[in-house]
Design a protein around this ligand. Structure first.
Ligand code: B4P
Length: 182
């Protein structure tokens, strides 16, 4: 049973690798970014709340994010393990996650850190061109990562598996699978 958290700066390829790894590991891929974008697409109240934050490169408020994840982890398929992509994104969310898992008698297997130099991140996001991939918003998201998300690396000390996430998608997923086996 694998319960994995993927951490890395915006554009590091968390979503790309999560899709591959969830297939290989046979566990659901739970992406807060994708859940928000689906809510925006469906014009739900949650989507309306999230949109202005995402467009500005800020984190969506914790209450909204935590409740959305709690609902998703209550789904039956998450009982067999999961890959959390983009959550938690700060230590307050990590505390909430730890509480949610504790209530279910679960623990994280590991936290996978995707390591990519900043120039490469900016290049990937500008090429992708999602609506929040403009130069100004990218800079803001990178700054938010440094101040809010990077402290998770300390928080999860002892559980971190660091992956060199430069290379082809296949090379990186092989590195990740190899690291998980060890
Ligand atoms: P996310 O949807 O999580 O997006 P991301 O961090 O920008 O991207 P990711 O690392 O998944 O990169 P991807 O695989 O797409 O977040 C978006 C926003 O949602 C946040 O800014 C925030 O507002 C909000 N949000 C999400 N979670 C939240 C939370 N927990 N709390 C509060 N707010 C939250 O890859 C990027 C690009 O690189 C793609 O174009 C891809 O094709 C390319 N790529 C991937 N791998 C590559 C490789 N090996 N080589 C070259 N290119 C590659």
């Amino acid at each position: 049973m694998v319960r994995l958290v993927l951490v890395g700066p915006p554009g590091a390829g968390k979503g790309t690798q999560a899709a591959v790894l969830s297939e290989k590991l046979g566990v659901p891929h739970i992406s807060t970014g994708d859940l928000f974008r689906a809510n925006i697409g469906n014009q739900t109240a949650l989507g309306q709340k999230a949109k202005s934050y995402m467009d500005a490169g800020e984190l969506v408020p914790d209450e909204v994010t935590n409740e959305m994840v709690r609902d998703r982890l209550d789904d039956d398929d998450a009982a067999k393990g999961f890959l959390l992509d983009g959550y938690p994104r700060n230590t307050a969310q990590a505390d909430v996650l730890s509480g949610m898992l504790g209530e279910k008698g679960m623990e994280l297997t590991a936290v996978m850190q995707f390591d990519v130099p900043e120039e490469e991140l900016v290049k990937r996001m500008l090429e992708r061109g999602r609506s929040d991939d403009t130069e100004d918003v990218i800079r803001r998201r990178l700054a938010v990562y440094q101040s809010e998300t990077a402290p998770l690396l300390e928080y999860y000390q002892g559980k971190i598996i660091k992956i060199d996430a430069v290379g082809s998608v296949e090379e990186i997923s092989s590195r990740a699978m190899e690291a998980l086996r060890n």
